[in-house]
Design a protein around this ligand. Sequence first.
Ligand SMILES: Cc1ncc(C[n+]2csc(CCOP(=O)(O)OP(=O)(O)O)c2C)c(N)n1
Ligand SMILES: [Mg+2]
Length: 1015
Amino acid sequence: MHRASATISTTLTPMSRRNFLIWMQNANNRKLIRNAAAAIWARKYSSAALNEQFVNGTSAAYVEEIYNSWLRDPQSVHTSWDAYFRTNQYSGPPNLAPMGRNTMPLSAFMGAGGGAPDEKTIDDHLAVQAIIRSYQSRGHLAADLDPLGIKTRETTVSKDGLQRRANEDVLRQHTSFFFGENDMERKFKLPSTTFIGGEESSLPLKDILSRLENVYCNKIGVEFMFINSLDQCNWIRKRFETPGVMTFSPEQKRLILARLTRATGFEAFLAKKYSSEKRFGLEGCEMMIVALKEIIDVSTDLGVESVIMGMPHRGRLNTLANVCRKPLEQIFNQFAGLEAADDGSGDVKYHLGTYIERLNRVTNKNIRLAVVANPSHLEAVDPVVQGKTRAEQFYRGDQEGKKVMSILLHGDAAFCGQGVVYETMHLSDLPDYTTHGTIHVVANNQVGFTTDPRFSRSSPYCTDVARVVNAPIFHVNADDPEAVMHVCKVAAEWRATFHKDVVIDLVCYRRNGHNEIDEPMFTQPLMYQKIRKMKNCLDLYADKLIAEGTVTGDEVKSVAAKYEKICEEAFEGAKKETHIKYKDWLDSPWSGFFEGKDPLLVCQTGVKEETLVHIGTRFSQPPPNAAEFVIHRGLLRILAARKAMVDEKQVDWALGEAMAFGTLLKEGIHVRLSGQDVERGTFSHRHHVLHHQLVDKATYNSLQHLYPDQAPYSVSNSSLSEYAVLGFEHGYSMTNPNALVLWEGQFGDFANTAQCIIDQFISSGQAKWVRQSGLVMLLPHGMEGMGPEHSSGRVERFLQMSSDDPDYFPPESDEFAIRQLHDINWIVANCTTPANLFHILRRQIALPFRKPLILMTPKSLLRHPEARSSFCDMVEGTEFQRIIPDNGPAGENPDCVKKVVFCSGKVYYDLTKARAERELENEVAIVRLEQISPFPFDLIKEQGNIYKNAELIWAQEEHKNQGPWPYVQQRFLTAFNHGKDIRYAGRPCGASTATGSKAQHNRELNALLNDALSI
Ligand SMILES: Cc1ncc(C[n+]2csc(CCOP(=O)(O)OP(=O)(O)O)c2C)c(N)n1
Ligand SMILES: [Mg+2]
């Protein structure tokens, strides 16, 4: 156990450890301060504008104060004030105007004579302001975004004879304010909400329109006016509207060209060498590579040191080659069909992850890049990436996400179609789940496999989901490299400034079919007629740079030839390899964890009694030295009951769990528990976070205050999501093996909405991607007459996915148990005692490797007076019991036993009660299977031998086609070498997990008990 804690201190520098602890304190303080401030604002300005003194014209200062407050947070003022300020009618005094610009009085536009502005001047100015706002809000609707021109709108001739894109979609009723031809030369004052003037505070109408057209209706469509923060809106306006903001130096242009050459050359090379292989090429969206590189360059320049990416199939190999700079030989070898040199079943090449540490040549800084391995299931990797990012930020003490960031890439169809995108987006601003801003890049090729967008989404854009979290969305025509570069730069700066999500919608096309073998003309004939005529982006850009004299045709050719040579050399190099190595594709290496470890040595899980006493005492106390911290009376009773248990050296379920967490924290192991309502516990048994009854957000968590040098403990109520949150915790668990990461389902059956994470990552991640995870899933399980949906954690499904062979009894030795654990994909258990819970949780860390643990957890047992354990079962020398033999009269006198009932979980308590009522303690033995998988063949064989004359029964409360029976039946026979039989006692097969009728439930339970115990 100490070995594990020693590893954490080597992976974390003393400084980051300290930062990390300070983080815990600071984060709490900041939260309190923020909340207090928000509360003050909310109280102060909650009356409507009409009722304020302002209407009497008496208190400008008062209005300024409200305006200031509104600038900080529009929600801090009454909605009527909010509406008023949003109209831009109020212009604060000079020192209040956010940018201090455009302060020229309207009278300056009155021509000679001056005086007060007439009605027409005011109306015309208002119209111009409305037009500016229209472009900002809806200009993207008319932008020239589609390289194929399928959705591009017609231009119309404006009154000054110029072609303009902005149509009625953009301008609505304001079109009529396109004044007469003569007005086009008239100058108008610019409002403070636009930056198109640069240094100018007024412009002629025709320039206003041309500049707005250029900014909002050209190759970039900026969607941002739905954002609630005025600061953020202004920040965006400034970056797109300021004249000259999108100019590139010749060096920058040459860099874009070189990168585009590599991206294009890579696909062409693969197409040439492996023409019949699927690679999900990027042709038609090669700019995605250049975009990613720009995002990474800018972010690195702004302080980011580690980037974690998640992406689907499209362009993945290109990303690995040209963004991560993964050795080309390794990529080419994936096409060669070589055998693997290491264990595992592997995965197809466009799912594999990678991890690279390298120098960023543009910024001259070291950077780590990880692409997380993922299954085919589109978007499933999103929350996993977020969890991994969050964990990396946590271990580095990167409280604000300045050093570690995530980038998620998406396909257009998947981004709008998959619900997990929405679930993941909703984690983006939650205190315990935020990664402080993700940059999303959508490779929007306007088709999903064979389906057109008009049949695959009901929203105008594939990116609309991002609007729910107020993320700005930058649509950009991917055939305009400089426009793409600009949005990438702004996106990276946005993330670094506001630490919020941002979306880049790269509108492009797919030159080939869905994969290289598909025929796209079957289903998208017109689109592909057009695509066949398209020049590729590289040629278009090279032509442009040649025409403007930035490069010569020869230079263009030589850059392409140079890259082709690099590919050819790597191709030749790859031929020398005889094996591929899965380890080369690992996304989360655990440096040092396995080194010097005996792979079959499990550390002690028992602890000193004094440690239990210390943790138990702390866990049963309110905050020390805080007499004013008012605790709910009911909780005081619970704390007192805990204390009484500790005095008696006993633990119930909650205390057993707390002892496991506390002892691990003491040993330097970070513990993170997450899920719906886990802080209190769905069944009101855990109560890790005590709430001050009189002060909002004042809380106390005793497990964070056990020892001064303990590791951090985090327990957090999650959003109401299983898919994203389980994925998140899985990602978190991948990052560092020296942490106990747990996800709890509200009830076990809710885990099925996260089935994809369970099937594709947790159960199979090690086999496919040599990635280990010690994640614990806590799934409340048990038939208690609560109806079909709150009864079963569907243990049968987990067991069915366990990879141990039902017909194979491994060789018996002292290492039997640990070898089984080493070889299996995960552990499935259903403990009946708090002591066993304590040990199995601690064993997760004591193991020399990591395996996911699927733990069915009880409901009624949480308060069952018999479901208690003594400290004696948790002290040094004790360990997890894979089975718990009968330790009553039957166990002591096995020869007299007529029946042995094997069971697992809570039904044990029903069986023992019924056995006592029937006075069968001598004749019937009850043996508990605590670790169901890997199946303890050795111990079951032993039990079979002990009870020589007895009939063997498996009793379960789940239906016959559910619960452990389908898994254990064959394994019992293997354990007995087919020399004994075992009979089933329990409910018949069922389609539903449980009856909704209490009476039927009781009937079924009695039948089960009678059947199991009858002799
Ligand atoms: C959850 C899920 N459902 C279905 C599929 C099968 N599938 C693979 S790619 C694809 C189309 C994806 O379209 P899009 O997201 O636009 O990406 P593109 O291939 O166009 O880059 C589909 C339906 C899948 N991989 N995952
Ligand atoms: Mg697509």
